[in-house]
Ligand binder design. Sequence first.
Ligand SMILES: Cc1ncc(COP(=O)(O)O)c(C=O)c1O
Length: 409
Amino acid sequence: MDAERVIAAAQSVETPVAAVDVAAMESNLAAMQDRAAGLRLRLRPHAKTHKSAFVARRQLEHGATGLTAATLTEAELFADAGADDLLIAFPPVGEIRLRRLAALAERVGRLAVSLDSVKAAAALPERVEVLWEVDSGHHRIGTAPGDATVAGVTALVAAIGEERFRGLLTFPGHAYAVANRAELARVAAAEHRVMLETAAQLRAAGIAVRELSVGSTPTSSWTEAGPTEMRPGSYVYGDAQQVVLGAMSLEECALGVVATVVSTPAPDRAVIDAGSKALAADARLSLLRGYGIVVGHQDLVLERMSEEHGMLVATGAQTRLRIGDRLLVIPAHCCTTVNLHPAVLMVEAGTAWWDPVAARGWQAAGAGTPPAGQASGMVTPPAAQASGGASLARPSAIHLRDLRPSGGG
Ligand SMILES: Cc1ncc(COP(=O)(O)O)c(C=O)c1O
C-alpha cells in the first residue's frame, strides 16, 4: 500500500476514513487468482470482506468462478452486480430467509448453501444445492469429519436427493489462533486431509462428492491439490492479522484507516480519532500486539480503544506525534473494519472516489425506507416510525460526494 498516496488522497476528507489503495487490491486479486490456477482450484472468494458491488465485479473479472456470501443481503447485491454462481456459507434458517433464497434462486444460474442439518436442508427451495459443512477444528458449524459426516450426508441425500448434494465445505477459522507458521501449516494440512478422507469414505459408500470447498486467506498459502475450490476472503484487502501470521506482507495490505492525532496527553501516549467505531475490535489473534499496525511507526502500539478514541503508546520514551498529524492504521481485521463504514475511499493514481459498502446489515435493499416500505406492507420498526424512517436509510442511499471527476465505481 502506498501510505503517502492514501493519506494525501484523504486530505480533504473528515477522519477517521477507511481507504483502499486500488493498485494493491488489484495485485492481491491477481495473486490469489494465480495461486488458485496453479493449484487447479476454482476460486470462490468470500465477498463478505468487502460487501461491495464494485469489488465483487473485479473478483469475477479476475476469473473467480463465483462468490461466497454470508448473508442474503450480500448475495442479493452480488447477484445485482452480475454474479451468476453464488454460495451462501451460512444456514438459511427461518421463513424470511427461505423466501428471499427462493427469489434469489430464480435470478442466478447456480445457488448453494452450506449447512449441517437435514431439517434445514429439507426446507430449502428446490433449485438450491447443498454443501455439507465439516468441522475441521474451528468448532463452529459442522459435523466431525469421518463417520459423523457420512451419517449426516447419508440422511441428507435421502431427504433431498443426490443431485442436490454438491459436496463438502469446511472453514479453518482456528488458523487465526496459531502461535507460529509451523502450527499454521499443520492446520492447513489437517483441513485438507480430513476433507479428502471424508470424501473418500462417502464415495466408498456410493455417494458422489462433486465439490470440496476449503479455505481461508492464511491457509491458502498451504493449499494442496485435492480440494476443488477455495474461499479466501481477507486477501482482497489484507490486515494486521495476515501480516503477523506471515500470510501477507504489510506492503500487500490494501486497506487502512486514516486517523488524526487529537491529543498528546503524555510524551509516550497519543490519542487518535479512530476507536472501536472505526477499527475492528475483534482482533482474533494472540500474535498481534494491539488493534492494528501504524504504518511507518513500528514503535507505536494501538493499545486500547474506546468508541471514538484510539490510545497509541510508544514502546520508547516518546511518540513524537503532534496534534493534527494524520496516520494510516492497518486494522487488525479488515472484514469487521469495513463493516463499520458506509463507504470506503478508493484511491488510485491521481483520483479517489467513494465505493459504498452496500451490503451491510441483514435486511433486503429498501426495507424500512418509508413510505415505499409501508405501502408494500412491510413492517417499519418503531425507531424509524418516530424519526420518519431516516435512520434506516440504506447505506447505498447515503449521499456521498463522488471525488472522481467523471464516472467510475
Ligand atoms: C465460511 C467461510 N469461508 C471463508 C472465509 C474467508 O476467510 P478469510 O477471511 O480468513 O480469508 C470465512 C471467513 O470468516 C468464512 O467464514
